[in-house]
Design a binder for this molecule. Structure first.
Ligand SMILES: Cc1cc2nc3c(=O)[nH]c(=O)nc-3n(C[C@H](O)[C@H](O)[C@H](O)COP(=O)(O)OP(=O)(O)OC[C@H]3O[C@@H](n4cnc5c(N)ncnc54)[C@H](O)[C@@H]3O)c2cc1C
Length: 304
């Protein structure tokens, strides 16, 4: 046994991330007798949900359907129900994070909060050597469940630094200008638009195409959820929503008047006084994979 092997703790499985994927996985491993597993989260259990804008609610409905043999759509196991836990059909991020914490506590899951896994090095003898603030740890199996929300794509086009990304908004109530431009016509862009309109603002929504046409597409990864669609259509009569379609934003620049200029690929331009809001998406899990296991190198870098 090498010096390094003697110095580090050994576990069978490490799960990185205590969101619904990490907690669900931990619940699946929990009944396996003799399996030593740990869950590490850089923040708190359900950290991504705790950072949602205060007004954001689940688009998928929660309903206690276990008595009919179906799990609650948003549950992490077959018997629990976020609907029962929170008394809500469309939970807020905070409510859902509290539901995850409740489940973790009820099952005494081995979760360490405030523990960011900084590097995962594949070992020749198999498994991974992990670097954490608490030291090194060797694991036979590594389950990566770090989600997307904490890794917003902050540079989808030149000048995006002049914009405010959806993932950086803590509450729409902090916005006080009368008019806002929102770039992106899918879930987060529409959620931003609806919340701002409900708070009395006017919104100019710039979308590549309609995601809410009754003629489809119907694939939920392409089409707006019924919850968002219903809320958006409810605001069309407010007189405070303007939508432009076919907009492929290529840049945002500061304009001479102190505001911002949004330019589209077809050379349309919009001058706005406030920083445009980005509902343009996320990167994948904050990981640049460079490992022989996955194909290209040795270390797994975790960028944040
Ligand atoms: C606004 C919005 C609304 C949504 N609504 C719905 C919905 O209604 N229904 C639905 O099914 N889905 C919805 N989604 C998608 C859903 O939130 C994600 O699919 C889900 O959170 C993914 O779960 P996860 O466990 O993979 O990741 P996350 O919930 O993001 O959890 C990842 C965890 O990993 C931790 N982490 C990250 N890096 C490290 C590291 N290096 N070391 C240790 N820990 C780390 C984070 O702190 C975090 O707690 C929505 C997403 C958004 C953004």
């Amino acid at each position: 046994m090498s010096q390094r092997q003697r110095e580090v703790a050994d576990v069978d499985v490490v799960i990185v991330g205590a969101g619904p994927a990490g907690i669900g996985m931990a619940l699946a491993l929990d009944p396996l007798d003799g399996l030593d597993f740990r869950v590490f989260d850089a923040g708190r259990i359900g950290e991504s949900f705790r950072r949602w804008p205060k007004e954001t609610r689940f688009i998928t409905p929660s309903f206690h359907s276990s008595p009919f043999g179906l799990a609650d759509l948003n549950a992490v196991n077959a018997i629990s129900s976020p609907a029962i836990f929170a008394g809500a059909e469309h939970l807020t991020g905070e409510q859902y994070a509290d539901y995850l914490s409740f489940i973790a506590e009820a099952h005494a899951l081995p979760i360490e909060e405030g523990c960011k896994v900084g590097q995962a090095e594949p070992l020749q003898e198999g498994g991974f050597l992990l670097t954490t603030p608490q030291g090194k740890l060797r694991t036979r199996f590594l389950i990566w469940a770090t989600g997307e929300f904490l890794f917003p794509d902050l540079a989808p086009f030149p000048g995006a630094q002049w914009c405010t990304h959806y993932a950086r908004v803590t509450s729409w109530a902090h916005f006080d200008a009368p008019v806002h431009a929102v770039i992106g016509g899918y879930e987060s862009g529409v959620d931003a638009a609806v919340n701002l309109i409900r708070l009395g603002h006017r919104v100019h929504l710039l979308a590549r195409k309609s995601t809410w046409s009754p003629d489809g597409p119907y694939d939920p990864s392409l089409a707006l959820s019924p919850y968002s669609r219903e809320r958006l259509i409810g605001e069309l009569d407010s007189g405070r929503l303007e939508v432009d379609f076919g907009v492929d934003v290529v840049s945002v620049t500061r304009s001479e008047h102190g505001g911002f200029r949004i330019r589209a690929a077809d050379d349309r331009r919009w001058d706005v006084a406030e920083r445009p809001i980005l509902g343009t998406g996320f990167l994948r899990g904050g990981v640049r994979i460079r490992s022989p296991i996955f194909g290209t190198g040795r270390t797994k870098d975790i960028s944040s």
